[in-house]
Write a protein that binds this ligand. Structure first.
Ligand code: PXP
Length: 237
């Protein structure tokens, strides 16, 4: 299982004082050195953490996969097409939310998704759609021409009972199987931490986990390099 580290919250801390420290690009390089497979940054429309210059600097210095998380706001699409990262992950974005609360609804505005897909395809940028583990969304992601899907694990992470956890794991397993049968690469992420990640990492067919908040929080106590290594040790089978 491969680890994508989301460094948005390093930028959250920097933005608290609007200065230069801590720098998310330096953090990304530390993650690379510690064995991360990919770096994720989310360029939000409100620029609450990652800034335009961060993604261009990151793309220039990283030797590993750069995955830009983004909404389909026209101004952000323009920047993504200019940046040309190896992968973009399309996510829904609401101004008031604390984090990405749900997956995309590909059924709504599917012609807009199709038009955007064509633009990214022409630039040879891999598109992953962040969706709930819902068969309808998986089929539509394939129809639209996505190469990958990332399953939202937030509901799994929020379960308080063993039964609830098992139910969400079963749902995710089915979704991964369906995605693979459809020819999609399956990723997962959101709300994963050092306690709940192992069961997700055991799902056969999942290729990559994208994890941010728990790693950056752990880094406060043990340092970022150790936090990444600890997470990698948990997900590597
Ligand atoms: N994957 C996607 C698509 C996300 O939007 C986020 C949150 O930015 C993550 C993964 C990482 O979630 P967390 O910070 O809860 O680990």
């Amino acid at each position: 299982m491969k680890l994508g580290v989301n460094v948005d919250h390093v930028a959250t801390l920097r933005q608290a004082r609007q200065g230069n420290d801590p720098d998310p690009v330096t953090a990304a390089r530390v993650c690379e050195r510690a064995g991360a497979y990919a770096i994720v940054m989310h360029l939000r429309e409100d620029r609450r953490h990652i800034q335009d210059s961060d993604i261009f600097r990151a793309k220039a210095v990283l030797g590993i996969k750069f995955n830009l998380e983004m909404s389909l706001a026209p101004s952000v699409v323009k920047i993504a097409l200019k940046l040309r990262p190896q992968q973009v992950t399309w996510v829904p974005e609401k101004r008031q939310e604390m984090t990405t609360e749900s997956g995309l609804d590909l059924l709504s505005e599917s012609s807009r998704f199709a038009r955007s897909m064509e633009m990214f395809r022409r630039k040879k940028i891999e598109v992953s759609c962040f969706i709930d583990p819902d068969p309808k969304q998986i089929i539509l992601a394939k129809k639209l021409g996505a190469g990958a899907v990332e399953f939202h694990t937030g509901l799994y992470a929020n379960q308080k009972t063993k039964r609830g956890v098992q139910r969400q794991l079963a749902r995710l397993r089915l979704a991964v199987d369906l995605a693979r049968q459809a020819g999609l690469v399956a990723h997962a992420g959101h709300g994963l931490d050092y306690q709940n990640v192992a069961a997700i990492a055991r799902i056969s067919g999942l290729k990559e986990l994208n994890i941010g908040y728990s790693i950056i929080s752990r880094a406060v106590w043990v340092g970022l390099e150790t936090a990444v290594k600890e997470m990698n040790a948990l997900i590597r089978s």
